[in-house]
Design a protein around this ligand. Structure first.
Ligand SMILES: [Zn+2]
Length: 240
């Protein structure tokens, strides 16, 4: 086990001496998640996974980027939608500053689908301008995949995300307000207000009522294990 190294809590003297070649950058959103989950759910989950994995991998945890691009949920109160171009440039700047401060590999741990394209663009741009390496992980898709069969009704604020929040911060979940909205997503990516309005009649997809803390714990610990293994593999591959 390593002591967790949290960048925002370090003093300058300790930062200069710290082993900081590898860092995790959680990126999330402030967005409506049904009526039962906190607006910061997409930030809280990757941040928790990052802290747990840092204990096992020795990576530094960078401050979470809380605001994301939330186009589809824009009409629901509580959603803060950041312009995609602004988010892309902002993440690019953070990556460039990480490199300038001695970090060689950043693992971006994303918690929100609307951020994915901007993160990829930022990673490409920053790594072409500097010697930094960046790994991009959409945690709900790329981590804990062995536990997917636990959830018959996953989705935005659905069974899987609600279970994960029960495991990580039960006190922030009002399970009595959990709802259900079974939808069919289009087979390909369709960008359309009409399609969004059909899918998101409420700010929820899947069945949050099926969520349990136990399933969430299994998902989160598998995600932490997967991330820790990915970091070890990358360290080996990149010689960091
Ligand atoms: Zn979410």
């Amino acid at each position: 086990m390593f002591p967790i190294v949290i960048l925002k809590d370090m003093n300058g003297f300790d930062f200069e001496k710290a082993e900081k070649a590898v860092a995790i950058l959680p990126v999330g959103s402030i967005e409506r998640h049904g009526d039962h989950l906190p607006l910061g759910t997409d930030s809280e989950l990757p941040e928790h996974i990052a802290y747990k994995s840092a204990e096992l991998s020795g990576a530094v945890v960078l401050p979470t980027i809380y605001y994301g691009s939330c186009h589809a949920m824009r009409c629901f109160p509580g959603t803060f939608d950041i312009d995609p171009e602004v988010l892309f440039r902002y993440i690019e700047c953070v990556l460039e500053e990480a490199w300038r401060n001695g970090i060689e590999l950043v693992i971006i741990l994303n918690g929100h689908g609307g951020n994915s394209a901007q993160i990829q663009m930022a990673a490409r741009r920053a790594t072409s301008k500097t010697g930094l390496s960046v790994a991009v992980i959409d945690w709900w898709k790329d981590l804990g995949t062995s536990k997917k069969e636990l959830f018959s009704s996953p989705g935005h604020a659905g069974e899987d995300e609600t279970s994960a929040m029960l495991a990580v911060a039960e006190e922030k979940v009002n399970i009595y307000l959990a709802g259900r909205n079974e939808v069919t997503y289009p087979k390909m990516k369709v960008y359309s207000k009409k399609v969004d309005e059909k899918i998101y009649e409420v700010a929820l997809t899947g069945d949050a009522k099926k969520a349990t803390k136990e399933k969430g714990k299994e998902l989160i610990s598998a995600a932490v294990e997967d991330l820790t293994r990915i970091i070890a593999d990358l360290r080996r591959e990149l010689g960091i």
